[in-house]
Write a protein that binds this ligand. Structure first.
Ligand SMILES: C[S@@+](CC[C@H](N)C(=O)[O-])C[C@H]1O[C@@H](n2cnc3c(N)ncnc32)[C@H](O)[C@@H]1O
Length: 191
């Protein structure tokens, strides 16, 4: 039996794999990529450009050591999503899982709107309030637990309105509850 933390990672990775299969992007960015969870889903023969952004350089080192050989073109950008420099209109899919909770959602949506090519897709996965769980899963990594005081859950209605403000319509959205009792919202937006 895997731990709740591992099951959460598997869930986030599975969602990314499904998005890759559905939207078949040639270029993709994973925001808050951390140690590269989900990048194992990328087929380098189908996806020409893969970008990962994270503010924590140690996580990016891990992502590079895990995925750099299989994804030789992997671009790992160390910086704040709100201020880092990616080329405008250059991405077909942006996946942001459990990262809106750490930053200014309005600023982040603005950056995603800037980076997506016409017809590009943004997928945002949010943690929802849950009576039975803390905001951060039980995990052996102290570096993850210290983030807990900085988490601010984001209301899906706020996210939807922010994307609408940049001309994005909702392709679909839904919620999922893991065995741990933690609840998540996935919203997919396209302009
Ligand atoms: C909960 S983890 C994301 C989990 C990851 N998406 C996955 O599938 O396992 C949040 C990540 O966002 C990163 N992060 C938080 N604020 C950030 C910011 N302003 N800019 C870039 N990365 C940020 C953290 O360093 C951390 O790696």
């Amino acid at each position: 039996m895997s731990s709740p933390h591992v099951r959460q990672l598997q869930y986030l990775s599975r969602v990314f794999g499904e998005l890759l299969g559905e939207f078949e992007p040639e270029s993709v960015a994973v925001l808050g990529v951390a140690g590269g969870n989900g990048l194992e889903r990328v087929d380098p023969h189908r996806v020409k450009r893969v970008v990962g952004v994270d503010i924590n350089p140690a996580y990016l080192d891990l992502a590079r050591s895990r995925h750099g050989e299989r994804l030789p073109g992997l671009e790992l950008v160390c910086g704040d999503i709100v201020s880092c420099g990616l080329s405008p209109s250059s991405l077909d899919l942006v996946y942001a899982a459990l990262v809106f909770e750490y930053l200014d959602p309005a600023a982040a949506v603005g950056r995603i709107a800037e980076w997506l090519a016409p017809g590009g897709v943004a997928a945002a996965l949010l943690q929802l309030p849950s009576a039975s769980c803390g905001k951060v899963s039980e995990t052996p990594f102290r570096s993850v637990r210290v983030l807990e005081p900085h988490i601010r859950l984001v209301d899906p209605a706020v996210l939807r309105a922010l994307f609408a403000g940049h001309g994005f319509g909702e392709v679909r959205s839904g919620t999922e509850t893991l065995e741990s009792g933690k609840r998540f919202f996935l919203g997919i937006y396209r302009r």
